[in-house]
Design a binder for this molecule. Structure first.
Ligand code: NAD
Length: 492
């Protein structure tokens, strides 16, 4: 590796036809001509404005949602299911529009954005199906003196706060179960990637979601927003996806009104590759778990532990895969890695790399930014990373594969669990017994076994420890928006 500080490869350029298409979609949203500026992270170019809504405006939206929610709570499960099915069909029909929008505002390669549309709209289909199964059951009192009827109903008005990394999926994973349960929502997307939310909420309206049921608020003062709306007694629920620090602040505010709270927070996922892993499968899995979304995912493989016997072969193969990745605008042909979301994130990658090298890690590929107005950082592999390096301790949220080596199963499990986070973990081995034993011992909410993309609509996604509270997706995701009540019916 040379000591270059800038990657000299040519970045893939956006295709003009795709840029025009994406701009047409943004222009169709009907956004303001001034307000908060949104930029393309691959070029730094301004692409549109969003409203900067003040506290009074946010509370007005709470009022609108409260009214709409009261009527919605009285609809039948089938009515709610039909509306969600119609929204799902509309999302699928607009896959190209949404995917171009996601790429333009967030940067991920178009193929990945199409994947997000499939993944994100699948939550709407799943909850259209779940809406007619609201749950509840019948029980008998132990002394036989009463029948207990357990009912599940909507929890009430929900405030949803989403991050920038999956602009569609983080929104639908919250809105769809809320609507299925009979709740109205106020949603605040991230200012970096707001257009997708505005667009798909307009599609929801066109598909028949009643006016006022989904309210989008963007603001430059998110703390003022949460301080006001989470203290409003019409609000009964908060669901947040984002960093652990902000999650803690929101939980503190939510405790005032004893709000139901779902928190999908940060991660520091360990990926364990054992000597008996299938090398190709392990490289494929770790590559996907690392590079998907440019590494900007809460379940991205953060600490890659490789057993000594397979380590050299694994590191060589993963280095080759990373070095061959085409970097550039997500609307270009063949781009496999887009930009980081902002300059700060790209600078952080450079700092993490320098810190790891200073502490003894070996740089095998990447480690440098590109000379570009966009926020590009090369796919990077660091080998022999010391456990104390920042890259091993903090959430990387970028395209750095940080490899540590290990000898025994017990040792690696102790190291993998030595973190306050507990969202995702990965295990690569061809030994089923070992796979299940290790998965049992990992302190994480989800474990990918011989694969790097473990989330889908049927899976109860969520973290242990400081990675969060509650689950999204699956039947458990619906329960997050339901109250449980019972009627005790006396028997003679
Ligand atoms: P962030 O916490 O900075 O922001 C997330 C959202 O919260 C944004 O909409 C932001 O505007 C808003 N926000 C910030 N401060 C707020 C406040 N005081 N009150 C109300 N809203 C506020 O996180 P980010 O940088 O957008 O996203 C990256 C983080 O999200 C990472 O830590 C990542 O692990 C996490 N994440 C978790 C999951 C999961 O499911 N567990 C999924 C994706 C991302």
């Amino acid at each position: 590796m040379t000591s270059a500080t800038v990657d000299t490869r040519t970045l893939v350029s956006a295709r003009a036809d795709r840029m025009n298409y994406a701009n047409d979609v943004i222009n169709s949203i009907g956004l303001p001509t001034s307000g908060t500026s949104v930029n393309d992270p691959a070029t730094g170019e301004h692409i549109g404005y969003i409203p900067d809504v003040d506290v009074a405006g946010a509370l007005e939206a709470v009022g609108v949602a409260d009214n709409a929610g009261r009527a919605w709570a009285r609809t039948t499960p089938r009515e709610r299911a039909n509306v969600l099915h119609a929204w799902y069909d509309t999302l699928v029909a607009h896959t190209e529009e949404i995917a171009h929008l996601i790429t333009r505002e967030m940067g991920k390669p178009l193929a990945e954005a199409r994947g997000e549309v499939k993944y994100g709209s699948d939550f709407v289909r799943w909850y259209a199906e779940e809406a007619v199964r609201p749950g509840g059951d019948f029980r008998e009192a132990p002394d036989g003196g009463a029948n207990i009827v357990v009912r599940r109903g909507p929890v009430g008005l929900a405030v949803l706060i989403t991050p920038w990394n999956f602009p569609l999926a983080m929104a639908t994973r919250k809105i769809a179960p809320a609507l299925a349960a009979g709740c109205a929502v106020v949603i605040k997307p991230a200012n970096l990637t707001p257009f997708t939310t505005f667009y798909v909420v307009e599609l929801a309206r066109q598909a028949g979601v009643p006016e006022g049921l989904i309210n989008v608020i963007t603001t430059e003062k998110p703390a003022d927003f949460s301080n006001a709306v989470l203290r409003d007694e019409r609000v009964r629920k908060v669901s947040f996806t984002g960093s652990t620090g902000v999650g803690r602040q929101l939980m503190a505010i939510a405790s005032g009104g004893v709000l139901r709270s779902s928190m999908e927070l940060g991660g520091n996922a360990p990926a364990l590759v054992f000597d008996d892993a299938d090398l190709e499968r392990a490289v494929d899995g770790v590559f996907a778990a690392k590079l998907r979304n440019g590494g900007q995912s809460c379940i991205a493989a953060n600490r890659i532990y490789v057993q000594s016997g397979i380590a050299d072969d694994f590191v060589d193969a993963l280095t080759d895969r990373l070095a061959a990745v085409d970097v550039g605008h997500g609307l270009g042909d063949g781009t496999a890695l887009g930009p980081m979301i902002d300059r700060r994130a790209a600078t952080k990658m450079a700092e993490l790399t320098r810190d790891a090298i200073r502490r003894g890690a070996q740089l095998r590929t990447g480690g440098v930014e590109f000379d570009s107005p966009g926020n590009f950082f090369a796919p990077t592999l660091l080998d022999h990373v010391p456990a104390s390096a920042d890259v091993a301790v903090s959430e990387i949220f970028g395209p750095i594969a940080a490899v540590q080596r290990f000898d025994t199963e017990d040792e690696v499990i102790a190291r993998a669990n030595d973190t306050e986070f507990g969202l995702a973990g990965y295990v690569f081995t061809e030994n089923l017994d070992r796979a299940l034993n290790v998965a049992d011992r990992l302190e994480t909410g989800l474990v990918g076994i011989n694969q790097g993309v473990p989330s889908n609509a049927a899976a109860p996604f969520g973290g242990l420890k400081q990675s969060g509270l509650g689950r999204e997706g699956s039947a458990e995701g619906l329960e997050e928006y339901q109250n449980v009540r019972f009627y005790n019916i006396a028997r003679r």
